[in-house]
Structure formats: structure tokens, C-alpha cells
Design a protein around this ligand. Structure first.
Ligand code: BGN
Length: 275
């Protein structure tokens, strides 16, 4: 029964629950006390990150070309700590990658699923179809274990199975939020995320239900709580029914701007809330 469950997706919690000889190589949180992006850019200037937050190793042919998609709004302190930590972490893994921040204009509600769909579609355009693997990454999560490899295994993978604020445990079986990894083909097959979850919560559970989906320790950064979306319970009930008509194939948004910042590509978008 359990092997059936785990055949549907991968998760770092597998290693823990099944007592593998997994050795923890912990990486402490690299602090960043300076206030400005200029100071941060300076601190990371020796890492050979190119504009847009891109990196390609020179000492080898990278096997994985990875788009890191980060839904974003109003969390500048988290963003600086995230960039300070994630770039050295990814570079050590010898990945070719770019970091894409997807931010809605201020007047509209946050919609994580929709923003991740936009990040998926726009990063493919900007990367001229070179990405074969997508990491959907919350800005408040910093990987603590450098053995947590950011690449696409055969199955979709939930990465953040052990987060500090949940006492390094899965709060419930089936959690797929925080950090997850899907191949391009996985995203296409399940029609991406639902576009219908405005406000906090539910969009990750919806995605998991689409594909019957389900590594590692993360430190969750401090920030103000978002207000949960009261409609998410009702929406989740129709998740499977909607999956063919609500997602990548139904998305409507306006691209406001694309900026290649030193440590990330910033994509500002707008969309309609009356879905
Ligand atoms: C769950 C949320 C997820 C969130 C996790 C962890 C919902 C749906 C209600 C049925 N799901 O409760 O979206 O990632 O908590 O914070 O709210």
C-alpha cells in the first residue's frame, strides 16, 4: 500500500520515514544584515551570476537546466535572505539556472497558482525553451541541507517536507506546498496549477489532486501572515473536475514588465480577479 502511495510522487520525507542512512549535511542560514540590494549584489559579485539571476557552470556541461519560479509580493527582507542563500546553494550543485520572481501589481489579490503558471510560461519564453525542470519556490523557505538536490527526478517531487515552523515534520500527508519540483512534461500533463485560488491556501492541495502527487529541511523566514482564502474549501471539492479547463490552457494575464536585475529576473503581471 505504501509503495503504491510513494509511486505517485517523491518526497524527502521518504528517506526519513523509511530510515535510510541519510546523513544530514546542514547548512546554516547565511545572514544578511545590510539593507540594500546594492550591498547584496556586491557580496555575491564573485559568484559569476549574470543579469536576470542566471548561472551556468563553466567547469562542466550541466545536465539540468532549471527555472526557479518564485511568487512574490512585499517580502523584501525575505527576498534578500533567500537570494543570499539560494545562489551559493545552487551554484554548488553545478546547475544551469535562472531565478524568476513573479509579482502581481499592487491593486490585485495574490494568487500563487496563477503566478506560478505565469512563471512557467514566461520563463519558457525568456529561456527560449531551454528549461527542462521547474522549481516552484516560496521566498520564505531556505534549504538547510546541501544534500537536497534541485533536479527533476522521474516523478514530481515535494521538496520541503521538513520545515522549521512545522517542527521539521510534514503537517499532513499529501502536503505539496512550499517548494516542489516538476518536469515541463508533468506541468503540461496536469495543465499546471489552478488559476482560481485568490488569497492564501489550497492551490498546492489542488495541484496534488491533479496528479495524485505527494527532501529536506527548510528554515521558514519570519513575515506577516497572509489572510486565508475562505473559498478554498469549496474550490478544492471540484479540483479534479476543473483540471482540464482551469490552468495553463485557460490563463489570462497581462505582462506589465520584465527586468533583468543582477540576482533575479523580475516579471510584473496583472490579472483579473473576477474568475
Ligand atoms: C494547508 C493549506 C495549504 C498550505 C498548508 C501549509 C488549505 C486548503 C484547506 C482545505 N491548504 O492547510 O495550502 O500549503 O496548509 O501551510 O488551506
Amino acid at each position: 500500500r505504501e509503495s503504491y502511495f510513494y509511486s505517485k510522487f517523491e518526497s524527502t520525507s521518504f528517506e526519513r520515514q523509511h530510515g535510510s542512512k541519510f546523513v544530514h549535511h546542514r547548512q546554516g542560514l547565511l545572514p544578511f544584515d545590510e539593507k540594500s540590494f546594492e550591498a547584496l549584489n556586491n557580496e555575491l559579485s564573485n559568484l559569476n551570476i549574470t543579469p536576470g539571476g542566471s548561472y551556468t557552470p563553466t567547469e562542466c556541461q550541466p545536465k539540468y537546466k532549471i527555472a526557479i519560479i518564485v511568487p512574490y509580493r512585499n517580502r523584501e527582507d525575505n527576498l534578500k535572505l533567500f537570494l543570499k542563500n539560494i545562489h551559493p546553494f545552487l551554484i554548488k550543485q553545478k546547475l544551469e539556472y535562472s531565478i524568476f520572481l513573479i509579482e502581481p501589481i499592487q491593486s490585485i489579490k495574490f494568487n500563487r497558482g496563477l503566478l506560478l503558471n505565469i512563471g512557467f510560461l514566461e520563463s519558457i519564453q525568456l529561456g527560449q525553451d531551454k528549461w527542462n525542470c521547474f522549481v516552484f519556490h516560496d521566498v520564505d523557505l531556505i534549504p538547510e541541507n546541501e544534500k537536497n538536490l534541485y533536479y527533476c527526478p522521474a516523478l514530481p517531487k515535494h521538496m520541503s517536507s521538513a520545515v522549521s515552523t512545522f517542527d521539521y515534520r510534514l503537517p499532513y500527508k499529501g502536503l505539496f506546498g512550499g517548494v516542489s519540483i516538476l518536469k515541463k512534461t508533468h506541468m503540461q500533463r496536469i495543465n499546471g496549477f489552478s488559476n482560481m485560488y485568490f488569497g492564501w491556501g489550497g492551490e498546492d492541495d489542488d495541484l496534488r489532486k491533479r496528479n495524485n502527487l505527494e527532501t529536506g529541511r527548510y528554515r521558514m523566514l519570519k513575515h506577516k501572515k497572509d489572510s486565508p482564502n475562505p473559498k478554498r474549501f469549496k474550490l478544492l471539492k471540484s479540483s479534479i473536475k476543473r483540471s482540464n479547463i482551469d490552468g495553463l490552457n485557460s490563463i489570462r494575464y497581462v505582462l506589465i514588465s520584465v527586468n533583468f536585475e543582477p540576482l533575479f529576473t523580475k516579471i510584473v503581471v496583472s490579472y483579473d480577479e473576477s474568475l
